[in-house]
Ligand binder design. Sequence first.
Ligand SMILES: Nc1ncnc2c1ncn2[C@@H]1O[C@H](COP(=O)(O)OP(=O)(O)OP(=O)(O)O)[C@@H](O)[C@H]1O
Ligand SMILES: [Mg+2]
Length: 271
Amino acid sequence: MRKKSKLTKTFYVFIPQIITNTMAKERAQNDEEIRIADAVGSKEVLTCGNPEMDKKMGGGIPAGSLTLIEGSSDTGKSVLTQQLMWGGLQQGFSYATYTTENTIKSLLKQMESLSLDVSDYYALGKLKVYPIHIEGMRWANDLPFLDYISAHIKAKSSEIILIDSLTVFVTDASDFDILNFFASCKKLCDAGKTVLITAHTFAFNEEVLTRVRSICDAHLSLKNEEVGGRLVKTLEVAKIRGAQKTTGNVIAFEIEPAFGLRIIPISRTKA
Ligand SMILES: Nc1ncnc2c1ncn2[C@@H]1O[C@H](COP(=O)(O)OP(=O)(O)OP(=O)(O)O)[C@@H](O)[C@H]1O
Ligand SMILES: [Mg+2]
């Protein structure tokens, strides 16, 4: 009998190993997808309705958590929350959206232009929109706007509360009031609500931002960055308490009319 060459032996040993490894990897991937699908179906997590994005965000934002979505202007905070509105409404969550940037009409129209049409949910009452326009109002230190908002939220039955954005309310508020507001949102989460808050990074001083981050269960940080020689938007999943996978992922994306958020396959994990 002809003796097997060393190369052939290596072939015999490694090919079955590679096949076994690939099968195990596929099984793990399938298991993960089933776990995510179960969590989505049972409303344990809030998703974007964009499977690729949700997977990168560790399966979605756990229901009952307080999330801070922070970034400077034009980094995609509003579009990300609109994507989460669309995903959550499709999952069957009810939403109350407080917006300082839109009217009801302009919000629904903008979402429609991104192929995130939620007008049926609005008509059915599953989505409530509360535009807050404070231009020309004297609201600074003597008016407890943050208290007013938290009382309003408490009185509503919606499962998910979105505030886009909190910036105007916090720029002149005291550190104590800001932290108090986040603590009261956290209490609402303990009582079962899921709260999403966007804010411009400049709205908080460094110390308050650190403390707000630690009160929140999830923290998503958005930036406009150059990645691989290309100007893109990035989303850093700085923290998601209770997510199925470790966080720290940085996702590069762009916003495309008639599509919404599109992931760009330049992603890196924070060192
Ligand atoms: N309907 C749309 N179609 C195409 N592009 C859009 C649409 N809506 C938003 N964009 C783009 O997405 C980008 C991010 O917008 P977005 O409003 O989410 O940023 P933001 O971080 O909320 O900004 P701001 O701090 O001003 O509120 C912008 O460059 C904008 O041009
Ligand atoms: Mg915005």
